[in-house]
Each structure stands twice: as C-alpha cells, then as structure tokens.
Design a protein around this ligand. Structure first.
Ligand code: GAP
Length: 456
C-alpha cells in the first residue's frame, strides 16, 4: 500500500549531517562559505556513488544484450542545442521580488516562502513586489577561445542524451549496430536551476545515467513498457521499500517537447513524492531534428522492406545523485539497542561503500598481525577497510553509520583457534567462523544478496 506521507526516521537534514560527519558528502567550497547547493563527495560517497553507477551498468550491459557504451563531450557544437530544442525551450518561468531581491519559479510559488515575517507565500506579504514572469534558460553558457568577446559561445550540456544522438551514425557505421540496440552513458550535466535544494535532490551540477534505446517504430510501444518495468524493478532490487516507490505516467500537459509518452519512477522522500527517473518515448524527434539541422542522413536501411526509416527512441534517464539520495534516505534507520541509540544505513550490500571492516579487538597480543593479514587477503577481492582506532563499540557505530554490512573482529580466541566473529549490521548477530573461510563467506553473502554475480 502506498501512502502520501513518508513515515520513516530520515529527514534530509539528518542525512546531510550524517553524510558530513562520516565523510560521505561535504558542502563544496566550505572554507569560503560554500556555493549554494553544490557538494563534494568524500571517500565513502565516491564509493557509494560508484556502486550506484556500477549497478546501473550491470543492468545495462551484463544482465542483457544489445547495449553499448559512450562517453561523449560535455561541450558539443552549439547547433546541437538548437536542434534539440534546448535553446528555444529549456527554460523555467521566474519572477523576482523587487523588495527582497529573491528569485522564484513562477510555476512553483505555492512551495516557496517569502523570507520576511510573518512567513507567507511570495507575493502575499504587504511589502512583496513581484515582477511579471519571464523565461529563464537553464543552460550554462561559456566561450571557446582566449578572447571572450571574439570566442564562440557554447553551452555545458544540460543532459547527456544529445551526445548519444550525435554519435548514432558512428554506432551504425563503425560498431555495425542495427535497431533494436541501445547506447548508454553516464556523465555530468549542468543546469542553472532557479531553485536548487534539498541536499542532493536538485543540483546545478549533477550526474546522469541515460540510455537511448533505438527501435523500429512498430516496436517502440512494447520497448517503452518493458523499460518502465525494468527500471522500477532495479530500485526495488537494490533495497528500496516498495511502498515508497511508484510509477506515475505523465499527463498530456506535462510532457516534454520531445516526448509522446513519459512515465516517472517516483520515490516518497521525506519531502514528498518526487521524480527519481523518467522513461520517455521520444519517437524520432531527436534523430529527425539532428538530420534536418546537420544535413546528414541518419536513417537506417531495412533490407526486408528495402526502405529507409528513422528509428524511434525509448529513453530511461536517471540521476546518479538523486538515486544515491533515495538509497540513503531509504536505508537510514535509528534504533535503541541495550539502552543506546544506534544510527545506521541499511544499504544493500552491493551498494554499501565498504563490504566489510576488519577490527582487531585490541592492538596487542598478536591480534593486529592476524587482522592485518586477513585485511590484505580480503582487500584483493572486496572493498574492505581496516579499523583499529577507538573502542570496538565506537568502531561498530562508525561502520553502522557508513552502512558496512559486516564487521569481522579478531579477538583473543582467534589467536588460539583461528576463528573470528562476523557481525551482521542489520540483525546484530555474531557468527564465529574459521579465519580461512571469511572471504568465501562474504562472497557467498554478496552473491545471494542479488541472485547473480555483479561486477564490483
Ligand atoms: N534526457 C532526459 C532528461 O534529462 P530529465 O527528467 O530532465 O530528463 C533525468 O532528467 C534525470 O536526471 C531526472 O529524473 C533526475 O534524476 C536527474 N536530474 C535532472 N535534473 C537534476 C538536478 N538539477 N539535480 C539532480 N538530478 C537531476
């Protein structure tokens, strides 16, 4: 049963604080006072985000056939964005308040707050003085060339998708692909959002995972439906609570200029139901536009009918940062154990930044030597960490807060009988296992957490 109110223990503020405290995500340019809504991923954040991307790549490349990779340039020919419709249409309506100099999205005023007291919607306070709405293009501009005035004006890409369309002919000619096939790409995109915010949810610089699936026109509807299912299942597989996930088809008034049909995979964040990923049926809009603007024939020859046609495109487009935020929110938990508060991330083992931590109970009596040997053996196969600073209780708490599924403790008994304890983050059970079997045990548990053997 899905509801409309998030009832879990997470808040965006608690998560941001945990991420900062544990080296997952830091506010960017902190020592200069920060730049609004810009973040740097710390060590554990990089590992977590890499795992999110790797699981997406597993789904695209290892669990099915027919998808190839691309890493295209951030700066493309400026005509790209004329053809794609971004120069003319990629804008939000904004209004300024002449009194407090704040800027709001005109289509989202009901969620905004005027800074003056008593708190009211913008435009409702006695001193509010809003301008008329005007369109504000979200693309960041820059210039190529040493002299700004004489340089060529270009844009930082607002989506990775267009680089894929520009390469479509290369994949036909060089890679010998014929529809149906897909081109997948992960990379940074940039949007000068008017109202960024909510931690990693809406950023000006973010990463996307996009795949353009090229199909003969009569196969597009079925491909669209299959991709909506597949993408919803991916979030569930990596642990998202089913009652907090839904698929919402767009109404006709919401569709982007390129789309004939779109469904969003939405997650119930503490701030409400919001888009994680959009799956769009783009028809032949993009290839047709680029064919017309460039003059290059992008049609495919069908030997059966001996005709040329433009493939249709189904596009699952996800945000790496947004997915990471959803996995963080969903896995965040607080509980009381033996009278003490415990905060933890119940991250799926294939997403957790660290799979296991090796802890010598104390730094003497032969324990560090055994623990270091075990750590060296595991490190070659899995993302593991050695942790010998502070009391063992503190070390457990640290590992719980970064979501490490298993901690392996080398204690006095290990020195005698070569067994260690394996503590489970979620159940808190401690199993005593032979030292030589730890690696196999962890690998088995990882395999059984997904039902297949994904790339680490
Ligand atoms: N090529 C289609 C496209 O870009 P989109 O819905 O604008 O579609 C796809 O973006 C995904 O990228 C979104 O579902 C979201 O996860 C992510 N995304 C978009 N804008 C973002 C932003 N400002 N900050 C973080 N993620 C964003």
């Amino acid at each position: 049963m899905s509801t409309d109110v998030y009832e879990g223990p997470a808040t965006i503020e608690k998560l941001a604080a945990l991420c900062r405290r544990r080296g997952i995500v830091f506010p960017a340019s902190d020592i200069y006072g920060g730049v609004g809504s810009t973040f740097d991923y710390g060590h554990y954040g990089v590992l977590l985000k890499n795992n999110v991307k790797q699981r997406w790549l597993d789904a695209m490349l290892r669990e099915r056939d027919g998808i190839v990779l691309l890493d295209s340039a951030i700066i493309q020919h400026p005509r790209t964005w004329e053809a794609s419709g971004h120069v003319a249409g990629f804008s939000d309506p904004l209004v300024d308040c002449r009194t407090c100099k704040k800027r709001y999205r005109a289509d989202d005023l009901e969620h905004a707050r005027c800074e003056r007291k008593p708190s009211k919607l913008p435009g409702q306070g006695p001193e509010c003085d809003l301008t008329d709405a005007r369109e504000f293009n979200l693309m960041f501009k820059t210039t190529i060339g040493p002299v700004a005035e004489a340089g060529t004006e270009v844009f930082l890409r607002p989506e990775t998708a267009q680089g894929i369309f520009l390469n479509f002919r290369n994949y036909m000619n060089v890679m010998r692909r014929r529809p149906p096939f897909g081109i997948a790409q992960i990379g940074k995109s940039f949007r000068n959002e008017i109202t960024p915010g909510n931690f990693l949810f809406r950023l000006r610089e973010f990463e996307q995972m996009e795949m353009e699936y090229f199909v003969p026109p009569d196969g597009a509807q079925q491909a669209f439906e299959e991709w909506v299912e597949a993408r919803r299942d991916w979030y569930l597989r990596y642990g998202i609570e089913p009652s907090r996930l839904r698929v919402r088809p767009h109404g006709a008034d919401e569709l982007s200029h390129y789309s004939t049909q779109t469904s969003d995979v939405e997650y119930l964040f503490p701030i409400g139901w919001l888009e994680l990923e959009g799956i769009a049926h783009r028809g032949d809009f993009d290839l047709r536009q680029h064919m017309e603007h460039s003059g290059v024939d992008l049609r495919v020859f069908d030997p059966d009918t001996e005709t040329h046609y433009l493939p249709h495109v189904v596009e699952p487009a996800a945000g790496v940062d947004r997915a990471t935020l959803a996995f963080l929110v969903d896995s965040y938990d607080e509980e009381e154990v033996a009278g003490r508060q415990r905060t933890l991330l119940r991250l799926h083992p294939m997403l957790a930044p660290v799979t296991a931590a090796v802890l010598p109970l104390v730094n003497k009596d032969g324990m560090p030597e055994i623990a270091e040997r075990l750590y060296a053996e595991l490190r070659a196969a899995l993302p593991v960490e050695y942790d010998d600073s502070g009391s063992v209780g503190r070390r457990y708490r640290r590992q719980d807060e970064i979501g490490t599924p298993w901690t392996i403790t080398v204690d006095g008994q290990t020195v005698e009988d070569e067994t260690v304890t394996v503590r489970d983050r979620d159940s808190l059970t401690q199993d005593r296992v032979p030292l030589g079997g730890v690696r196999e045990l962890l690998e088995d548990r990882l395999r059984s957490s997904t039902g297949f053997s994904p790339a680490r």
